[in-house]
Ligand binder design. Structure first.
Ligand code: PLP
Length: 436
């Protein structure tokens, strides 16, 4: 018999017929398994793998799911990290998503057998959480909410120059608004705007006055803006709706973030509509929340564009469970006390140092992120590792994203759920074992 490894390469059919690989094909689809088989056959051909180890190597090389997105441990200290998918869903929300993933009664009343209002329970949960709102709808994200408002109420939108903001990745709110065909009537200057600037700009073509929370920056010094309550009072009797984009999605005032606007207070102060993201501080799925006066919400819902922006059943399920279920991870991370974070950092550092890793516990500053509370660092604690750990940690079997500061890799624990500390330690030890 030939010893040429190319003669011993297991055939594709033979490998695919192996019971373990057949089961993998049923779970992941034949093509993904075939890709892994081809890679392994190549290794055997090159002589770097024994033919008998082929099945095990294929199994080891298979992805965890048929999708390529992988779970990542967020140790950046940025609680809502847009590049890492913003808010992690709560286990309750994940369960609700799974339950709603198949065919589900999202738009059917099972009692009567008739068509029912879409996502009614999620909307009821929103209204229960924000009693100042008469009605609500949910769209794809906050940008979609802005586009819907500009399209349906548009004409001319009156907005302060200091609130023509760019959120991130080149997303500029004024450009989005203008892309709908609405005209912007800019009032005030970069640093100052007064109530009279707004009221003087009103005319027969005014569709709405828009207030945008400058989420990711602050202007200091000789500044002035008009609070929602004053603006609402100034618009009284004009019939012009006041729309406030608060961005972060806080339902109520939060003791840890005193500067961050919330939906309930903004409506109680007199805004006619409030807009927010679902996947920032609310801690839920990507969504755009629109709450406020029933007549305005109804106008948005009836606009043809709404159909193009509405959310699917899994988003509605996740949103409802986020609102009704236990506190979502983002809220727990916000509330975590620094003494507890320090204890976790010390325990982790001691465990890693015991295994010979240059690790120590340090104080750090976490952030809300996602364009929230830019000036409000959250006291936190981190495990400090050599800078050379950052890249291999990111590329590991359980990817960890930390942040590098002064040549050290910091793993900030405020953005890591306590239940993941064991995985974090294992990921660091795996890197250390490979000699980072
Ligand atoms: C984040 C943010 C947006 C964009 O929200 P998405 O849900 O990402 O579309 C819009 N406005 C403000 C004030 C924000 O902070």
């Amino acid at each position: 018999m030939s010893t040429d490894p190319r003669r011993q390469v297991p055939r594709t059919d033979t490998l695919l017929a192996d019971p373990a690989l057949a089961a993998a094909s049923a779970r992941l689809g034949r093509e993904l398994v075939k890709d892994a088989v081809r890679g392994v056959q190549q290794q055997v051909r090159q002589g770097s793998l024994a033919p008998d180890d082929a099945v095990a190597a294929v199994l080891a090389g298979l992805p965890g799911t048929a999708g390529s997105l992988r779970p990542v441990l967020n140790a950046t200290g940025v609680l809502v990290h847009t590049n890492l998918g913003r808010a992690p869903l709560s286990p309750a929300a994940v369960e609700a998503v799974v339950a709603a993933s198949g065919t589900t009664d999202v738009e059917l009343d099972l009692g009567s057998g008739r068509r029912g209002p879409r996502g009614e329970a999620a909307l009821a949960a929103l209204l229960a959480a924000v009693p100042a709102a008469e009605a609500a709808i949910v769209v794809n994200n906050c940008a979609a909410a802005l586009a819907l408002v500009a399209t349906a109420l548009g004409g001319e939108l009156v907005i302060a120059r200091g609130e023509l903001v760019e959120i991130g990745d080149g997303f500029r709110i004024p450009e989005l608004l203008e892309s709908t065909g609405a005209r912007l009537r800019e009032v005030g200057t970069t640093n100052r705007v007064a109530l009279e600037d707004y009221t003087r700009a009103l005319g027969p073509g005014t569709g709405a006055v828009l207030k945008v929370h400058p989420s990711n920056f602050v202007v200091r010094g000789f500044t002035r803006s008009v609070p929602v309550a004053s603006l609402a009072a100034g618009l009284e009797g004009t019939g012009v709706p006041l729309v406030a984009d608060v961005g972060s999605g806080l339902l109520r005032p939060h003791p840890v973030l005193p500067e961050e606007p919330d939906l309930q207070t903004t409506l109680a102060d007199g805004a006619d509509l409030v807009l927010a993201s679902g996947d920032k501080l609310l801690g839920g799925p990507q969504a755009g929340l629109v709450l406020g006066r029933a007549e305005l919400v109804q106008r948005l819902r009836r606009h043809p564009l709404y159909r193009a922006l509405r959310v699917d059943k899994t988003t509605l399920a996740a949103l409802e469970a986020t609102l009704r279920g236990p506190l979502p991870p983002v809220q727990e991370m916000l509330a975590a006390d620094v003494a507890g974070l320090r204890r976790r950092a010390e325990a982790l550092a001691a465990r890693l140092a015991g295994a010979g890793v240059d690790a120590r516990a340090v104080d750090s500053a976490a952030r809300v992120g996602g364009g929230g509370a830019p000036e409000h660092p959250l006291p936190s604690a981190a495990v400090s590792l050599p800078g050379s750990f950052a890249a291999p940690l990111r590329r590991g079997a359980c990817p960890v994203v930390g942040h590098v500061e002064d040549g050290r890799t910091l793993l900030d624990l405020r953005s890591v759920p306590p239940s993941a500390d064991g995985d974090l330690a294992a990921a660091v030890l795996a890197v250390a074992g490979r000699g980072a």
